[in-house]
Design a protein around this ligand. Structure first.
Ligand SMILES: Cc1cc2nc3c(=O)[nH]c(=O)nc-3n(C[C@H](O)[C@H](O)[C@H](O)COP(=O)(O)OP(=O)(O)OC[C@H]3O[C@@H](n4cnc5c(N)ncnc54)[C@H](O)[C@@H]3O)c2cc1C
Length: 392
């Protein structure tokens, strides 16, 4: 049986970022991913937006970690040459929307520490995006886009650089929690770990139960996309969102340019029972025409084709309810750290989530194994993984 300090279950952006953030000299860190490649579930099936932190209730983890995470992510992407663009985004009020709602959103963003939003009138909107229809808009300059596949690769490389053992094609099958360590059986081997991080995305509920942790349920919620094709891709150059629903977390079907020159339309929102069913009963492309034309009236039905899908790992089954990330020490299993319920903005927040998980791992492991000289190398590693812009 392999004896290690920290086991991370899940090789999406959250698990991979945790592997780097929790690595310390003298500490053995190992990550299990059931697929042969990392990040092929939710981490590469999303809109690729680096969120500013506008929508989430002040005081929530989603608000705090998107604000912290977006800046860390911009620095990480610049340092590791991950394609990204700090292009800003527009939230547009349509003819039936109350413009005062834009001010409410701006106030909420300010309470989250997002101070740079500006209200634009119709002329201001047209100057930025001439083809977008709207009577007013909220301009968010710190929003951006990132290439998720490249981000996964860079996070994997960063984790390997700090000697985390990354094990693809290794599924956690069963666990025997004990007071000093948790023993697990994977498809490949047996491992005993002094602490475990649950970053298992859609299966975080199954993994938590297996490890003797708290019971919760992950509700899979599919989001479907269409894509613009041909010259219509030139109609927009930055993400454009409608007004969000007054309650809940659905940001509305939006138009999002990708770093490689495409434009996605979506995602829709549909709760389903199956966590892995990406394709059954797909919406026809016609279902996207009206919402696209509300923002971009020049788009014709022939300008759209069906795109990809992603499945959100939600902690609530009520689309009108807000549910926060679940990050912390497990109340039942003292050797388990939860990083669960990581739906949007988890891509944006992955480095900030990892930073918290790294601190929690220090608490659980008490860092005895890291030895007396851990502080300076730890800081060095921290700066490699969370590069600063020199201002901090
Ligand atoms: C439609 C959609 C749009 C989104 N848009 C955005 C956006 O624009 N911006 C943003 O910030 N966020 C967005 N998100 C959210 C973001 O994609 C997620 O928050 C993020 O990818 C979560 O990463 P993760 O590592 O927690 O999960 P995952 O990527 O799902 O990784 C979990 C991993 O755990 C593995 N695993 C599970 N069980 C086991 C086991 N027993 N043994 C071994 N491995 C296991 C899985 O195989 C998987 O690879 C969106 C999500 C969706 C679905």
């Amino acid at each position: 049986m392999e004896e290690i300090d920290l086991l991370i279950v899940g090789g999406g952006v959250v698990g991979l970022a945790c592997a780097s953030a929790a690595a310390r000299p003298g500490r053995t860190v190992c990550l299990l991913e059931r697929h042969p490649r990392f990040g092929i579930e939710t981490s590469t099936h999303n809109s690729g937006v680096i969120h500013a932190g506008i929508y989430y209730p002040p005081g929530s983890l989603k608000a705090a970690l998107s604000v912290e995470g977006k800046e860390a992510l911009y620095r990480f992407c610049a340092r590791y040459e991950v394609p990204h663009r700090r292009c800003g985004k527009l939230i547009v009020a349509g003819p039936d929307d109350d413009i005062a709602s834009l001010e409410t959103l701006q106030a909420r963003a300010r309470a989250n520490g997002v101070e740079d939003l500006a209200l634009l009138d119709e002329a201001g909107l047209k100057r930025l995006e001439p083809h977008v229809r709207g009577s007013a808009a909220l301009w968010s300059p710190s929003t951006g886009i990132v290439e998720a596949e490249a981000l996964v690769r860079a996070l994997r490389d960063a984790a390997e650089r700090v000697d985390a053992a990354l094990l693809p094609a290794s599924e956690l099958l069963e666990a025997k929690p004990g007071s000093e360590r948790i023993e697990v059986r994977t498809t490949a081997e047996r491992i005993a770990a002094r602490a475990v991080v649950n970053a298992a995305g859609l299966d975080a509920d199954v993994v938590s139960e297996m490890l003797g942790g708290q019971r919760f349920r992950i509700y899979p919620c599919r989001g479907e996309y269409a894509e613009l094709i041909g010259p219509s891709q030139q109609l927009v150059s930055r993400p454009v969102y409608p007004m969000p629903a007054p309650t809940g977390e659905h940001l509305g079907i939006h138009v999002t340019p990708t770093t490689w020159g495409g434009v996605t339309i979506g995602p829709t929102i549909h709760y389903q029972d199956d966590k892995q069913d990406h394709e059954r009963d797909r919406l026809p492309v016609e279902a996207f025409v009206e919402s696209t034309r509300q923002l971009l009236p020049e788009v014709r039905p022939g300008d759209l084709r069906i795109g990809s899908t992603g499945i959100r790992a939600k902690l609530s089954e009520d689309p009108g309810a807000f549910s926060d990330f679940l990050i912390g020490l497990d109340p039942h299993q003292p050797r388990l750290i939860q990083a669960a319920g990581i739906d949007s903005p988890g891509l944006t927040a992955c480095l900030a989530i990892a930073r918290r998980v790294g601190m929690l791992a220090d608490e659980v492991l008490d860092d005895v194994a890291a030895g007396p000289d851990r502080h300076s190398p730890q800081e060095e590693r921290h700066h490699v993984f969370f590069p600063t812009d020199g201002k901090e």
